[in-house]
Design a protein around this ligand. Structure first.
Ligand code: C2O
Ligand code: CU
Length: 463
């Protein structure tokens, strides 16, 4: 039975490639060299599209307690949940059924959806146990997104409820292979509960920092082996779905092509890619020579680069030696960063500390917050200041923001984001076009911080 499931999932992922690139022979699935400590990197299982219309994608997601394994919950019995794949311009419909035994929602992280589809329990009820809700919206952005509950979020995301959502742009060149890597840390919630004598799930954020996170990639404990063919180009989509752990990813010849909101304005070749919780990036692997390892360097939310050895996450092994291919002609926009106008319309100050366990924005604790209102389609400058001794990934729902300055200096390149890490004492200015009416949650994506109150609301008025 287990084997059948494996064959089925491989067939599903190969089917995807056959459908999208009929001229390319599908690559064989990674076959695991039998080494005791390293297993094959699992590919994410793709959700079946139940609507035959070419511009509509219909998916069913059922959330329920997990039948096995370390997870508390699963979507469609899978950890991570199924990969949803669609094209820019498609209408995505997700029929959600909640069988968790507790209320839940689904939030579409990074997507500009109508407010009623945003999956938050502000000005509306969550989806009760045994109930269903149909989410439907048009996908107007291309990029690497993800979905997760936005109710009792820390518990439910850590318990295993999350999945990747990829929106393709038909203008992009076709790589030989595409890989989605969803990173998570092992059982933060459980480990913390175990670590506390009284099992009080209300205190988080202290337990795992000492141990150092143990990473999973696509649900499997790292390190993992990915077998590929030399001479090929792989588009790699990276998502940090951890509740509170940071990645600082590095490999030789790193080429970053995208971030939260699709392709970058130009190719970037940073030393490493730092992804806070909720953050995404896209990279291009030009496979040649010996193969290489993807590692994460220790990064502490109490101050960034930390002592310790890099941890190997994925070892890329090349089956046939071949010279590395050229990079693809990604349609980068070439856009320059916008100018900081020297003022801000709205100021958010992030405050709090591990010592007090109280996390605030502008001295307020969600849901007792001041709702800032902006007119529809206005251009608004936000200033976000981190006044706490901890880093925070700032996240805004329903809109995207352009980074205008970081600590008074222009950003290294044009940056359009929905999640941006604020290091200790950082002060950033962000430009938002208020083109989507609704009450948009604005919060730290370290889920224990958000659940403890580090969340507010930016209201875009109806036109
Ligand atoms: Cu990833 Cu408020 O969400
Ligand atoms: Cu935070």
């Amino acid at each position: 039975m287990r084997q059948h499931l494996c064959i089925l999932s491989v067939a599903l992922s190969l089917g995807l490639w056959a459908r999208q690139s009929p001229s390319e022979a599908p690559r064989s699935a990674p076959d695991a060299p039998t080494q005791p400590q390293s297993r094959a990197l699992p590919l994410l299982q793709q959700a079946e599209d139940l609507d035959p219309a070419p511009d509509r994608v219909l998916v069913r997601l059922e959330a329920a307690p997990s039948a096995s394994g370390p997870w508390l919950y699963a979507y469609n019995g899978l950890n991570p949940g199924p990969l949803i794949r669609a094209r820019k311009g498609d209408t995505l419909t997700v029929e959600f059924t909640n069988r968790l035994g507790a209320a839940s929602t689904i939030h579409w992280h990074g997507l500009k959806v109508p407010f009623a589809m945003d999956g938050v329990a502000w000005r509306g009820a969550p989806v009760g146990d045994g109930e269903s809700f149909t989410y439907t919206f048009t996908l107007n952005q291309a990029g690497t997104f993800w979905y997760h509950p936005h109710f009792n979020t820390e518990n439910q995301v850590d318990g295993g409820l999350y999945g990747a959502l990829v929106v393709e742009d038909e203008a992009d060149p076709r790589p030989d292979q595409e890989l989605v890597l969803l990173f998570d840390t092992e059982q933060e919630y459980d480990a913390q509960q175990d670590a506390l004598p009284d099992g009080d799930p209300g205190r988080h954020g202290h337990g795992h920092a000492r141990l150092g996170p143990r990473w999973r990639v696509n649900g499997q404990s790292a390190p993992l082996i990915h077998s590929a063919s030399g001479g090929q180009v792989t588009r790699v989509r990276l998502i940090n779905a951890s509740n509170s752990a940071y990645l600082s990813l590095r490999w030789p010849g790193l080429r970053q092509i995208g971030s939260d909101q699709g392709l970058l304005a130009a190719l970037a070749t940073p030393e490493s890619i730092v992804l806070g919780p909720g953050d995404r990036a896209e990279a291009e692997w030009l496979l040649g020579g010996e193969g290489f390892s993807v590692v994460t360097e220790p990064w502490s939310l109490n101050g960034g680069p930390a002592l310790g050895d890099p941890v190997e996450l994925v070892q890329v092994q090349l089956q046939e030696p071949a010279p590395a291919p050229q990079g693809l002609a990604w349609p980068f926009s070439g856009e320059a960063p916008g100018l900081d106008p020297g003022y801000a319309d709205i100021l958010y100050q992030f405050q709090g500390s591990d010592r007090t366990g109280v996390w605030l924005i502008n001295g307020e604790r969600f849901p007792n917050v001041t709702v800032e209102e902006v007119p529809f389609d206005a251009e608004v400058v936000l200033e976000v200041r981190n006044l706490s001794p901890t880093e925070h990934p700032f996240h805004l729902h329903g809109l995207a923001f352009e980074v205008l300055s970081i600590n008074g200096a222009p950003p290294p390149r044009y940056m359009l984001e929905d999640t941006l890490n604020l290091r200790i004492r950082d002060r950033v200015r962000l430009r938002v076009r208020a083109d989507n009416p609704g009450d948009w949650m604005t919060h730290c994506h370290i889920l224990p911080h958000a659940d403890d109150g580090m969340m507010t609301v930016l209201r875009v008025l109806e036109p």
